[in-house]
Design a protein around this ligand. Structure first.
Ligand SMILES: Nc1ncnc2c1ncn2[C@@H]1O[C@H](COP(=O)(O)OP(=O)(O)OP(=O)(O)O)[C@@H](O)[C@H]1O
Ligand SMILES: [Mg+2]
Length: 252
């Protein structure tokens, strides 16, 4: 398998007459942190929707751990280890942090039958607490999510995804709406907890992307115009032009 966890092969999709992705190729290696950047409407979320099975491509294949999963249902992909976060928070706002995490863990291990086993419930709770400790949030375990700061809510979002123990975690603008410090803290939490999970990070804050990603892929108008190390992308004229929408200013 040559260390490739995910391969996106010649993927294209159109909505009506509008081509949103054209012949997109991308490989994510085991344990790699891949940045995915591009202007608004470039197709980043659409690509996540294709990798997770929310959308079927018009052509092309998605290959995970060497297996074609292009037609595999989303729930099955989650079981295989492909998990995503959304641009908007998906937590239960009226439940506590601990309850949100424990629910995710119970559902992961026992599906809809989680309430049948007391031992399973206790194990899920213990695991939830361990995750909160690692994230430095054990003191807020009992807090109702809606009463927390927006930054902490975004952390809870990500913790729920990490609790699924994904092999591949797709993060769609996890730092959107956060201050620089909050964004950096969130990324630090992700890196502390992600272990050998491969990450694909969509973010508009290029400082963060370039600081934490092994490689960065650039989508522009549905085409993958570059995929390289952060230094390579900084020096890539096409990437600069696409991202900034103008001539030769450096990507900041
Ligand atoms: N279900 C859909 N039907 C029609 N058009 C869609 C659909 N989903 C996305 N699009 C269009 O596809 C294009 C790419 O959208 P997408 O959300 O993937 O961009 P993005 O790179 O994630 O942008 P942003 O940075 O703003 O989140 C946009 O022009 C969008 O309007
Ligand atoms: Mg998007």
């Amino acid at each position: 398998m040559s260390g490739d966890l995910l391969r996106i092969e010649n993927v294209g999709i159109a909505f009506g007459g509008l081509k949103v992705l054209t012949d997109v190729n991308l490989t994510v290696k085991q344990g790699e942190t891949m940045g995915l950047i591009g202007p608004n409407g470039a197709g980043k979320t659409t690509l996540f929707n294709i990798v997770t099975g929310f959308l079927s491509p018009s052509h092309g294949e998605v290959v995970f751990e060497g297996n074609r999963i292009t037609q595999t249902r989303t729930a099955q992909r989650v079981r295989m280890g492909i998990v995503r976060t959304f641009q908007k928070s998906m937590v239960f706002p009226d439940l506590s942090v601990m309850e949100n995490l424990a629910l995710a863990l119970r559902a992961r291990t026992h599906g809809y039958a989680w309430w049948r086993s007391g031992a399973a419930l206790a194990a899920a709770d213990a695991k939830a607490l361990e995750i909160l400790r690692k994230a430095g949030m054990a003191d807020r375990a009992g807090r109702v999510v809606s009463s927390m700061s927006y930054g902490d809510q975004r952390i809870v979002d990500v913790l729920i995804s990490l609790a699924m123990e994904p092999k591949l975690l797709l993060l769609d603008e996890p730092t959107a709406g956060l201050s620089k410090a909050e964004g950096e803290h969130l990324i630090e939490v992700i890196r502390t907890l992600c272990g050998n999970t491969s990450l694909v990070l969509v973010a508009h804050d290029l400082d963060i992307v370039f600081a934490v990603c092994d490689r960065v892929a650039v989508l522009d108008l549905g085409r993958m115009i570059a995929c390289d190390t952060p230094d390579g992308i900084r020096a890539h004229e096409g990437a600069q032009a696409a991202y900034l929408g103008k001539g030769k200013e450096a990507v900041q």
